[in-house]
Design a protein around this ligand. Structure first.
Ligand code: DNO
Length: 348
């Protein structure tokens, strides 16, 4: 497996120099953040990003993410123009040597939490999702904004886009995803890129918006409707693991050939759909990290993996979930598991 680390570009307080000092760290997971959603990423801009990472003797292993324009998710008549842009971005990424692209198909909002600094008993703090309080959230007052979200919407635009989803059932959203994949996967095949769809986080509908990348059955449907090795998934332990009915080990076994990227993080379920993120250690939360890694290795997974959200520890402040220290501890824990499992099984 290739251990990698998310980096938010030159403006990230966590620098490439910091990341390079984490034992075993090879890959960088990044994106271009100043291009409006849907516009083509130029080859020049991509190559500049690649170069800035290679200058530090690291490697751009995964693009996370190339965002999907809302018109594609909504299945609007303008979607073909945005899909054609997406294809061009894939071609440009491939010309710059990129082989893995992570993306998601969540309507309007990316991952959602209700508290970004919830205390843990050890004195650190972490991200928390309180299912009850999503009902009280005023989406439109401009105060409820999360790090992964596209905040370029004005209030009336946001209202209008959320309204448009009232017409979109889960079935329709799934059809729109399949339509998108039927268009882009042939290009990904030509360009030698594997696409890795990230689960919805949390993996169920929120704010009355539909969500479809939520469970094994839906994932199997997505993979079989466009049955190509280039049509794959990001296996995110913390997202799928928030649903107590999902058996992560069985999930990996059933779709292992189509896992192209792994996000490893741990959560503690608090009942009724609420959860708080914890350290990566198996016993701190619900995720059997050793079992997950072992199953990935058994099924031959050799792609990129990154420690996902960390707690804020040792007084660190910064981008919630994306500080340096706890993610570095996470990487070290994951490396320990990987090395041990490989050594026990005589795998090099
Ligand atoms: C959160 C991330 C997500 C992820 C996107 C992928 O920390 O896992 O924002 O990058 O959903 O498109």
């Amino acid at each position: 497996m290739k251990m990698s680390f998310r980096w938010y570009g030159e403006g990230d307080e966590v620098t490439l120099e910091n990341i390079k000092q984490i034992p075993g760290m090879k890959g960088i997971v990044s994106a271009i953040y100043d291009i409006p959603v849907g516009e083509v990423w130029s080859e020049t801009a991509i190559k500049k990003l690649v170069q800035s990472i290679e200058d530090k003797n690291l490697e751009l292993t995964v693009i996370e993410s190339v965002p999907v324009h809302e018109d594609i998710k909504l299945g609007r008549s303008t979607r073909d123009k945005w899909i054609s842009n997406y294809k061009q971005t894939l071609r440009n990424l491939s010309n710059a040597g990129i082989e893995v692209v992570c993306y998601n198909f969540m309507p309007v909002f990316d991952w959602t939490r209700t508290n970004l600094h919830a205390p843990l008993p050890d004195g650190s703090n972490s991200l928390l999702f309180d299912a009850k309080s999503t009902n009280d959230v005023d989406l439109f007052n401009g105060e409820f904004i999360l790090p992964g979200w596209d905040i370029s919407y004005q209030e009336d635009e946001l209202r209008s886009v959320v309204d448009q989803y009232k017409e979109i059932s889960e079935k329709k959203l799934m059809n729109n995803l399949i339509y998108f994949l039927k268009e882009v996967i042939p290009v990904a095949e030509e360009e030698n890129i594997v696409m890795a769809i990230h689960p919805d986080d949390p993996p169920w509908p929120i704010f009355g918006l539909p969500r479809v990348v939520t469970n094994l059955e839906n994932v199997k449907n997505i993979l079989s409707e466009v049955d190509s090795p280039n049509n794959g998934i990001t296996f995110c332990t913390g997202s799928y693991g928030a649903n107590p009915d999902i058996n992560l080990i069985q999930f990996i076994k059933e779709v292992s050939e189509r896992i192209h990227f792994v996000h490893a993080r741990n959560i503690k379920r608090l009942g009724n759909g609420s959860f708080q993120e914890t350290s990566h250690l198996s016993r701190d939360g619900e995720i059997d990290m050793v079992g997950v890694i072992n199953t990935l290795i058994e099924s031959g997974y050799n792609g990129p993996i990154r420690p996902d959200h960390g707690r804020m520890i040792w007084g660190e402040t910064g981008r919630p979930g994306y500080g340096l220290y706890d993610r570095a501890l996470g990487a070290t824990y994951l490396n320990g598991i990987i090395d041990t499992v490989k050594s026990i099984n005589n795998i090099r």
